[in-house]
Design a protein around this ligand. Structure first.
Ligand code: ZN
Length: 485
């Protein structure tokens, strides 16, 4: 969680959209293109700055260089080697990879533990390079931008816009284009081509798709489901298609012929932060801790907590009751003025309220009424709390008929908002990837018990290590596990 305000995309971006007709070297198709290459690069550059600001790069220069070197090798073998290619690992726990027009490519740190070796990493990068060379995003950009322009701060009070997809609900979301099936297959094919022609085993593309397909099957719609996959069509189909491409590519480097570099890859991901990081805030049980912002909040027991770049949302398991933590942008005036002003701006009517003190922090706690998409008329108990010269809003909300049963829980959570001591902040450490050698008699269940706080299900552990969930771990195999920081 970075607590950045959501900004609409600058209108100037729209001016970039005018038409040109060119033959694309990667696809061989003559295409009606919405922007020139120079504009494509300009757009990528502009959004690259936003990605870096909103998500932040993962702090590990050696890992960044490793990924970048592989990406550049692949990109130089593509049809558009002259683009200003850039490859970065962003500090996001979700399993994701994405590309911006002009050659800006990102992996989340969350996808890395799910790759088995270097050729699978090359497979993901090759796929994303394929989207750029085939100009999929450049082709679709205008439509999506127009649709995305409605994103405003007000969407914080639309539970539908819960950060289930992480940052996709922010203004950045417009960049994560949903590619169509044809585009995905084409990017897979190009990924096979680029990996094969640079000397990696092209089976890496199929391997990483198979892992993501297993995750998809195992996790369904649960939290932690790979975003990357959910924006891509039928992974099992794609695995088959990729086998066919590989068979055709044959010659130069067929499956099993190129490099996989598993040992080197494992060395690079050893110690990688897994799940939330202190920089973004960490969820421990029902408590949200943010050591950088020095705050702690206990949400109601059993609620599901989602932490995204712009907000934290806790939701009751069965009911339409939610709590949202956000930052109030540019507050001015007294805390009461800030509270009433920001709620009015979000379309909420003040019912009552008072100045209050929450664990020694100045606050205004009020009840409000408003309309929300999918929930109809809602009531909310909202606290605006001043902490470290910043105003936080912590609000519980529910449709009016479900508000009373939750009101006490909302109030309890609000009362739990407190400053973390320096020592407490220092004690919050992230979980990390560790390498473990499978012993005789180990099962995924027994290995899962070694992982941090039962964080990983045995099946996830198997999938993360390129196994079918029902396949026993091989003694002597070096695998990734997750340990407490
Ligand atoms: Zn794709």
């Amino acid at each position: 969680m970075l607590f950045r305000a959501v900004r609409p995309i600058p209108a100037a971006v729209l001016l970039l959209a005018f038409a040109a007709c060119v033959t694309n070297p990667a696809t061989g198709r003559r295409e009606f293109s919405l922007m020139s290459e120079a504009q494509e690069v300009e757009l990528g550059k502009q959004f690259d700055a936003e990605v870096r600001r909103e998500m932040g790069l993962y702090e590990d220069a050696e890992l960044q260089r490793y990924v970048s070197d592989i990406g550049l090798r692949l990109a130089k073998a593509s049809e558009r080697p002259h683009l200003p290619w850039s490859f970065a690992v962003v500090d996001e726990p979700a399993i994701n990879a994405f590309a911006l027009p002009g050659g800006y490519i990102y992996l989340t740190r969350g996808i890395l533990p799910f790759l088995d070796n270097e050729t699978q990493l090359a497979g993901v990068l090759g796929h994303e390079i394929g989207h750029v060379t085939a100009r999929h995003a450049a082709q679709r950009y205008t439509q999506q931008t127009t649709a995305g322009l409605g994103v405003t701060l007000l969407s914080i009070f639309v539970p539908e816009a819960r950060p289930l997809q992480g940052i996709t609900e922010t203004a950045l979301g417009v960049m994560f284009l949903r590619h169509g099936r044809e585009d995905e297959l084409e990017a897979d094919r190009l990924g096979v081509e680029y990996t094969a022609s640079t000397g990696w085993d092209p089976a890496g593309v199929g391997g990483m798709l198979r892992t993501l397909a297993r995750l998809d099957e195992a996790d369904g719609q649960r939290r932690g489901v790979p975003n990357w996959l959910s924006t891509h069509p039928a992974p099992a189909d794609r695995v088959q298609q990729v086998q066919a491409y590989i068979a055709k590519t044959g010659g130069a480097a067929g499956a099993g012929r190129g490099a996989t570099d598993r040992v080197e890859f494992l060395r690079r991901v050893d110690g990688l932060v897994f799940g939330d990081s202190p920089r973004q805030g960490i969820i421990r049980g029902n408590t949200f801790l943010h050591p950088d912002l020095r705050l702690s909040i206990a949400f109601p027991q059993g609620w599901e907590i989602q932490n995204s770049a712009s907000q934290v949302v806790a939701s009751a398991p069965e009911a339409n009751q939610h709590m949202i933590l956000q930052l109030v942008p540019n507050p001015s005036g007294s805390i009461e003025q800030v509270a009433r002003g920001s709620m009015a701006q979000a379309g909420f009517q003040h019912v009552d309220g008072q100045r209050a003190e929450v664990n020694g922090l100045d606050a205004y706690v009020g009840t409000y009424r408003g309309q929300m998409q999918n929930l109809g008329t809602v009531a909310t108990l909202a606290a605006h709390i001043v902490h470290d010269r910043t105003v936080y809003i912590l609000a519980g909300l529910a449709p009016t008929n479900q508000f009373s049963p939750a009101e006490r829980q909302f109030a309890d959570s609000i009362r739990s908002f407190r400053e973390l001591s320096r020592q407490e902040a220092a004690d919050v450490r992230p979980n990390r990837v560790d390498i473990y050698t499978v012993r005789q008699g180990d099962t995924w269940e027994s290995i899962a018990k070694r992982t941090a706080d039962g964080l990983l299900k045995p099946s996830t552990l198997a999938i993360m290590n390129n196994y079918e969930p029902n396949q026993a771990p091989r003694p002597g195999d070096r695998i990734k596990i997750v340990v407490e920081g």
